[in-house]
Design a protein around this ligand. Sequence first.
Ligand code: GCU
Length: 593
Amino acid sequence: MKRIILLFFVFAVVGSLHSSALVNVYGRDYKLLNGRWDAIVDLYDQGERMKIFENRAPEGNTDFYEYSFDGGLRLEVPGDWNSQSPELKYYEGTVWYGRHFDADPTPGEREFLYFGAVSYRCNVYLNGKLIGSHEGGFTPFEIDVTDYLKKGDNFLAVEVNNRRTVDAIPALAFDWWNYGGITRDVMLVTVPDNHIADYFIQLDKSAADKINVDVKMSQPVAGVKVSVEIPGLKKKFEAVTDNLGRVSGTIKSKDLKRWAPDAPVLYDVTVKGGDDTVEERIGFRNIEVDGTKILINGEPQFMRCVSFHEEIPQRMGRAFSRADATMLLNEAKDLGVNMIRLAHYPQNEYTVRMAEEMGIVLWQEIPIWQGIDFTDDNTRAKAQNMLAEMINRDKNRCAVGFWGVANETKPSEARNDFLKSLLETGKSIDTTRLYVAAFDLVEFDKDRRVFTMNDSFTDNLDVVAVNKYMGWYHPWPLSPAESVWDVNPDKPLIISEFGGEALYGQSGSRDVVSSWSEDSQARLYEDNLRMMENIPNLAGVSPWILFDFRSPFRFHPTNQEGWNRKGLVSDRGQRKKAWYIMRDFYQKKRNNQ
Ligand code: GCU
């Protein structure tokens, strides 16, 4: 598999040049390639040697092939393979997906194969030819297949590999299930030869009535007519491209209603460029920091947050659909949140767009999650590419307020350099949002008798976030009421993770965490919320986590059984006692807002 990994990386970098070749595919003309695909499990990575992507069938009396895509395993696309076959529950390795599809290419148009996500790396073959590769399990990529597509029948093979490696992102060990597969939508997208390759249409960071418009065509050709129309504002911006194929400008409107959690106003936007048209729904809002406050549209907002993994626990599978997004988001909304930290990686577009329609602010991050080799230049390039792919996909989504660049990293020069390069990459694309990272470095200072943190990297961030498991991983050094924090007092601080485990329905002593009881979890929540009253720059709270989730290193045979039980809701959708404590806390916060 070594050669393949190198190949993945090469394309991944090249791929980023195309990361904005197709912004907002859902607003375009596409053929959905979802459904049951043929599959071959290739545990020893022999498929390339055997050229199974050529999908040959024996012709004469003497030839034969030791594979066939027909008549064997079939896997749903989108979807992880782990939840589709008991034998694949723990599988880490290569699975080949294959399917036929008809095409009818038109001269003067370009055809792209678009993948919403493939976990974790893949090679893509069309009609027997390698046409592209990608690394990164949570961001979209597309391949221009115009020159490879045949009229009529085409055979598409995708070699997917989810093996963990030290230079991957995430790396060798992470606290969620290593789902593998073509885990999001696949489409064949048809666009004009010179098409809208990218656009960024967002409210100016420091104005309430000025929309900045940037549109880039795929070809560096001057004189192409571009328009951005917002019927709801009775506004239409028109311009012609420069010799880079770009237009920039502004739309001013005193009538603009800004998007906000309690009023998630979205406008229909039509972007036209040459013969291309893309339909969008875009919201316009301001988000900024003022001292220790987070302001949305100039008003201080306390971020009532919760996290969830991209997983449907009842199905024991990765979430991928509108129905999945509805389930997860409605459970979060019932808790009373105005924000969700999509842990620990970019989640699917249905979740992002539906959160936007529901008025939920989003923190999106790439999975720089413990164990990353910050000295490896390849890893750094991959992280930059992954961040760019995430931001390019969602930079027009006003619900996204925060870009997260890391979770629980340890201070070092290499880490600081690595994360600074991520901030530079992010800000080269988007300076309108807040940059954040979560740290688990808060310690109790026995001399000063306060909780403090010493990590100079926080100076580079707009908002500092802290994961702290008081009463679970850390016994209380003094009572919650006496627990005062002095952490980055001049910046907004979000408690991005706290909590403890409980098995739904299990009762026990409030004082004994090993009881894994709802009672001890409830006590832990009461104590932590009491402590948070002593954090002067607290700007938000995010319990870890909304649902119990699957993790290969949660071994306890009766309390965990391969599940991390920190959920406020069980893996079967049952709310634990702590859920009601958080719901009441958020109700009070909202009433006092
Ligand atoms: C960490 C980490 C989470 C993990 C959690 C836990 O803070 O960020 O991804 O699941 O702790 O230990 O449950």
